[in-house]
Design a protein around this ligand. Structure first.
Ligand code: MD3
Ligand code: FE
Length: 208
């Protein structure tokens, strides 16, 4: 356990670090992610209900979150059967900075939002241990992030996330409802064709 950096903004239990990543680090992280996507291509996941998600996904780490007609789950392999690539060190450095935890995340989920992609309000509860926070890193186009409470019907608040912003969901916020209502396509030049990448770092297996 090292020191944890203090957030500059707190909304509904969500710790927000606006502009934490300098532009040079964002550019380097996108290069790291090109290698991740080369080893583990983005897929358009299908929900158990048979709907195709508008967000494309892949992952790095020991486990990746996947969904298909069989259900939502963490898997040690990409849908094509290959192990996930390692989480880039530059991404792990962000986890260290904002959590100060010795425990490393098991999963770095990579979400890619092309034009019109969104993510409906949901909870993240497929992990085996909710005592650890989830860390989100935004890259590319700005997105309207909606944050609610632990109950579906609690009021929500919205906040625009920009490239280089980091959010930490820990404590009660770990099980809060959240989603991405819309992305301002072309609002950032980080990705030459536009689009948004969100990385979420997660501890999936219970602490031993
Ligand atoms: C709050 N991703 O991958 S990141 C997701 O921007 C997800 O792609 C959104 O929701 C995105 O599950 C939002 C912020 C986030 C991520 C995980 C959370 C908020 C969270 C887990 C628990 C509570
Ligand atoms: Fe989520």
């Amino acid at each position: 356990m090292t020191d944890r950096m203090e957030p500059s903004l707190r909304i509904a239990g969500f710790d927000i670090y606006p502009g934490l990543l300098p532009l040079a680090d964002q550019v380097a992280m996108v290069e790291d992610l090109r290698q991740v996507v080369a080893a583990a291509p983005l897929v358009s996941p299908v929900t158990p209900g048979g709907r195709q998600m508008s967000v494309r996904m892949t992952a790095a780490g020991r486990l990746g979150w996947i969904t298909d007609r069989k259900g939502y789950r963490y898997s040690p392999t990409h849908p094509r059967g290959t192990p996930w690539p390692a989480i880039p060190d530059r991404v792990l450095a962000v986890w260290n900075m904002v959590t100060g935890l010795a425990r490393k995340p098991d999963c770095c989920l990579v979400n890619f939002y092309g034009e019109g992609a969104r993510m409906g309000l949901h909870q993240d509860r497929d992990e085996g241990d909710f005592s650890f926070p989830v860390v989100s890193i935004s890259l590319g186009d700005s997105a309207l992030f909606r944050m609610g409470g632990i109950d579906r019907n609690e009021p929500t608040r919205s906040h625009w996330l920009s490239s280089g912003d980091v959010v930490v969901m820990g404590g009660p916020a770990r099980l809060a409802w959240h989603g991405i209502d819309r992305v301002r396509h072309g609002s950032s030049t980080l990705l030459p064709q536009g689009g948004r990448i969100n990385l979420t770092l997660r501890v999936v297996e219970p602490a031993d």
